[in-house]
Design a protein. Structure first.
Length: 310
């Protein structure tokens, strides 16, 4: 894997995660169980939590590489091209013969809300050995390793363990929620979850907004924690204190990938030496920008686009 040039103060960002081709259909409302609805425009774009977060980080100037798997098909080739265009080092993305690239089937309603089903495809073949070797090769002390859970759990754990051995900083986005060993969660700095994922991790029921309380509890399970709350912003638990970062008012066009914009932007800020609160502010700005545009990676900002909403 090639080492991207970076400014002396920049740390490298290695994203270990999924890569999907997104097939997106606009609908008036998300269908209920057993219901058929007529959709509108179909669009195709690049996504996957790993790919999204890598693109969000690279577009904001961080030296970023991605470790993942695609199939030997047109979807895989399109994903690699889009990642490279965004400035992501894709030399760690393996092309697997005889397996389809991961695909996400996305419905977006008139309010910008979505429902997503993911067929993992080649993402399921990202094994712990490959994850561990990539981290060992690409990162050193102070660099960042960003992981999510759209890949096999043992690959997530391997990446986190190797990052800890290399004294790298772990950004763990536990999305979608899956059970991880407590020791893997404990090294996250930060652990990034939305309210649903926070409740699952804490084994709590209910839909009420308890983000501050949940962030405080999660801050005792990880080195630091961030609970994202959609249009309300995010809560940060770090160093024994809690901070609320509000989000600007934005008309939602498509919320697909907004959480990944947040995490990738956060990682980019941390790579430049920002403290966690400042990194969360950039993440909120990037996520808010993204919901105002259609698509996942296609909606992510460059540095010059953020001041308009920050």
């Amino acid at each position: 894997m090639s080492n991207s040039p970076n400014a002396p103060t920049d740390r490298r960002v290695l994203v270990v995660g999924s890569v999907n081709r997104d097939y997106v259909c606009r609908v008036g409302s998300i269908p209920r169980s057993g219901e058929t609805v007529l959709g509108g425009r179909l669009s195709i774009g690049s996504g996957g939590k790993g790919g999204n977060q890598a693109v969000a980080s690279a577009l904001l100037g961080a030296p970023t590489a991605l470790v993942g798997c695609v199939g030997d098909d047109s979807d895989g080739r399109a994903l690699l091209a889009d990642l490279a265009t965004a400035g992501v080092d894709t030399s760690g993305v393996r092309t697997v013969q005889g397996v389809r690239t991961g695909v996400a089937f996305v419905m977006v309603d008139d309010d910008g809300a979505n429902a997503i089903v993911v067929a993992a495809g080649a993402n399921a073949l990202l094994d712990p050995r490959r994850a561990r070797e990539a981290v060992a090769e690409w990162v050193g002390e102070g660099d960042l390793v960003v992981v999510q859970s759209e890949i096999p759990v043992d690959a997530v754990v391997a990446a986190v363990e190797e990052a800890q051995r290399r004294s790298a900083r772990v950004v763990l986005n536990l999305a979608p929620y899956r059970d991880l060993p407590a020791v893997a969660v404990a090294v996250a700095d930060p652990l990034v979850v939305n309210e649903h994922e926070a409740r699952a991790l804490l084994r709590r029921a209910g839909d009420g907004c308890e983000a501050t309380d949940m962030a405080q509890r999660l801050g005792s399970l990880a080195r630091s924690a961030v609970v994202t709350c959609g249009p309300a912003g995010a809560v940060v638990a770090s160093g024994g204190r809690l901070d609320w970062v509000g989000a600007p008012a934005v008309r939602a066009v498509d919320t697909t990938g907004a959480g990944d914009a947040f995490t990738g932007a956060l990682a980019a800020a941390l790579s430049r030496g920002a403290d966690l609160l400042a990194a969360v502010r950039l993440g909120v700005a990037a996520g808010s920008f993204a919901v105002g545009r259609a698509g996942a990676q296609a909606s992510y900002p460059t540095p010059g686009e953020l001041p308009a909403i920050s």
